[in-house]
Design a protein around this ligand. Structure first.
Ligand code: ASP
Length: 601
């Protein structure tokens, strides 16, 4: 493709040996300028890369500063022998400037944008607040450009794969009535209907189900979702989903479809995802990895010792669950490191992290050891599958929280051992989820849908699994659902479910959640109404798109793959949102509308 425009004949990355001897015009930013007594070198950067420009005329070079926008015309020549730069695609050539036109100047920069030195010294980035305030400068950095490009390429690959499978892209509105996904709604006052509010969708869930009732059969959308949650690391109040839904399908159909999409996306970066993707049940994931999103890049499964310690004299281990995770080769870590692990556990809300060490010469040490019976000490190494030289962490107490603690320790151990290779991808489906979860879990900050002891594990439109269709409301604690999560490297990349398409089942689920008929009618009566007119069986899935891109791009945070993300507390340091509004605006929005006052008039 030719990059010739009114301002340039070539993109800089096209300037190579084959153009030697030719005149070119390029346009871009001064990445940096170096003066070498009588001759100046400029690195000029455009979206495609960098090229070196040689300026013999000092008058031409003197006014140029970093990030000035310039148009340079000159002859391409091979760099003198020994001056090539192997790190640069254009490193064999340079442009000898005839004319340099300054198209725009730059003020003194708040931070250094140039990454020309990236291969020489690691460039120092300012704090994220500054990066976000000057996001347009931050985005000029090649790494950020590459992230945006990858995101775009991934979207294209996903769209292509879905179109091949006969999916139709449909846009759904963002001003709707609530779609509950376990968070608070963002609300928008309706000026034209004072006292009434729109909710922004937490996902297009209800709308995509309506599209199934509409006969679309295969829908997808890169959809913006909004969830008003308390700030948590690596969450955004608005985020993107690759949202998909299909009619006349079961769980297997959706999973097979999603695998094709994932394989197509990973192919963009040259990876072949082995299909079918492995599966693990939610229960096994918790038992073996202490997580509902297990990182399978490495092994080191948890060991259940509840049975082993059933007659233990050690009070702490007289608990509904005792489990352990091995820390290979850690027996001789200094005491203060084990103390630091206690602190680590406390920060996660645990009391501590009990441990023992099996020294290299076969001695059992550590604070827990002396509390155990002789028989327990004797058989422990074998029971936890440890070897001399290993340390072992224990958790005892309520099953789920203990497993989660051990699961987190397992990942932290792997991190310290350098096993979390971001270029390796371990996918797994997690299947066989419970249909409900208790509402009284203090560690769960989801907003319960409904008002009972139970809320939906996924969302209220999830189908109970076949075995539970008749009985889920009699035993909500054990009822299972037809839902599935796709997990990669310990991150939940997405999830979905078979949906309830029968109003009788939907009514019963809402009842378990403590949602009355009136409330259901008020909240999603439109969906229940639609189900009366012939709803096809349907199922779907959504991928958290920011997370998916971040995984493939290998970034530490999803903010690095979002052009204009929010900072902590949902603030936007760039535009200053959210911001106060004027009294006039406030009056106009109708937010202060009081129906009682109206009645009195
Ligand atoms: N709407 C769901 C979510 O946002 C995804 C799905 O069930 O398709 O998690």
């Amino acid at each position: 493709m030719s990059h010739q425009t009114a301002y340039r004949t070539h993109h800089v990355d096209e300037v190579n040996e084959s153009l030697a001897g030719q005149k070119v015009t390029i346009a871009g930013w001064v990445d940096r300028r170096r003066d070498h007594g009588g001759v100046a070198f400029l690195d000029v950067r455009d979206a495609s890369g960098l090229v070196q420009v040689v300026v013999y005329d000092e008058e031409l070079a003197r006014p140029l500063r970093s990030e000035f926008v310039v148009q340079v015309t000159g002859d391409v020549r091979l760099r003198p022998e020994g001056n090539e730069n192997d790190h640069l695609a254009t490193g064999k050539v340079e442009i000898v400037a005839d004319t340099i036109e300054v198209l725009a100047k730059s003020a003194a920069l708040p931070f250094q944008v140039s990454t020309a030195l990236a291969n020489e010294t690691e460039q120092q980035l300012p704090g994220e607040e500054t990066r976000l305030k000057y996001r347009y400068l931050d985005l000029r950095r090649p790494q950020m450009q590459a992230n945006l490009k990858l995101r775009s390429d991934m979207a294209r690959a996903a769209r292509h794969a879905l179109e091949e499978m006969d999916f139709t892209e449909v846009e759904t509105p963002t001003f709707i009535k609530s779609t509950p996904e376990g968070a608070r709604d963002f609300l928008v006052p309706a000026r034209l209907v004072p006292g009434s509010w729109y909710a922004l969708p937490q996902s297009p869930q209800l709308l995509k189900q309506l599209l199934m009732v509409s006969g679309v059969e295969r829908y997808y959308q890169l959809a913006r979702c909004y969830r008003d949650e308390d700030f948590r690391a690596d969450r955004q109040p608005e985020f993107t989903q690759l949202d998909m839904e299909m009619s006349f399908v079961d769980q297997e159909d959706v999973m097979a479809m999603a695998e094709k999409v994932i394989a197509a996306i990973w192919k963009v970066a040259g990876y072949d995802v082995q299909l079918p993707i492995q599966r693990i049940s939610w229960k096994d994931a918790m038992d073996k990895y202490g997580s509902d999103k297990p990182d399978l890049r490495f092994g080191n499964q948890l060991v259940d010792l509840t049975e082993y310690f059933k007659d233990t004299p050690f009070r702490v281990f007289q608990a509904p669950y005792v489990g352990a995770v091995v820390y290979k080769g850690a027996a001789d870590l200094p005491r203060r490191q084990f103390d630091a692990w206690q602190e680590w556990a406390r920060q996660r809300g645990a009391k501590g992290l009990a441990y023992v060490q099996f020294t290299a010469d076969g001695v059992l040490k550590g604070p827990v050891a002396k509390n155990l019976s002789d028989a327990e000490r004797e058989g422990l190494k074998e029971a936890v599958h440890a070897e001399d030289g290993d340390a072992v962490f224990f958790a005892a107490g309520a099953k789920e929280s203990s497993q989660l603690l051990l699961g987190a320790a397992r990942v932290e151990i792997a991190r310290r051992e350098g096993l979390l290779d971001p270029k390796k991808f371990a996918f797994t489906w997690v299947v066989d989820f419970p249909l409900f979860k208790p509402t009284d879990d203090p560690d769960d900050d989801d907003v319960a849908v409904g008002h009972s002891k139970w809320t939906s594990m996924h969302h209220p439109f999830t189908m109970p699994s076949k075995d539970w269709i008749d009985t889920f409301d009699q035993d909500p604690e054990h009822a299972m659902s037809d839902s599935y999560d796709i997990v990669c490297n310990g991150e939940e990349m997405g999830g979905g479910s078979v949906r309830i398409h029968r109003d009788d089942i939907q009514d019963r689920v809402l009842k378990v959640l403590g949602i009355s008929k009136e409330e259901a009618d008020e909240k999603f009566g439109f969906l229940l109404e639609a189900f009366k007119y012939g709803a096809p069986p349907h199922a779907g899935i959504a991928l958290g798109w920011d997370r998916t891109v971040s995984l493939l791009a290998g970034t530490d945070t999803i903010r690095d793959v979002i052009a204009f993300p929010k900072a902590g507390g949902g603030r936007d340091p760039l535009t200053g949102a959210p911001a106060p509004i004027s009294d006039e605006q406030r009056a106009e929005t109708g937010v202060d509308y009081d129906p009682d006052e109206e009645d009195e008039d």
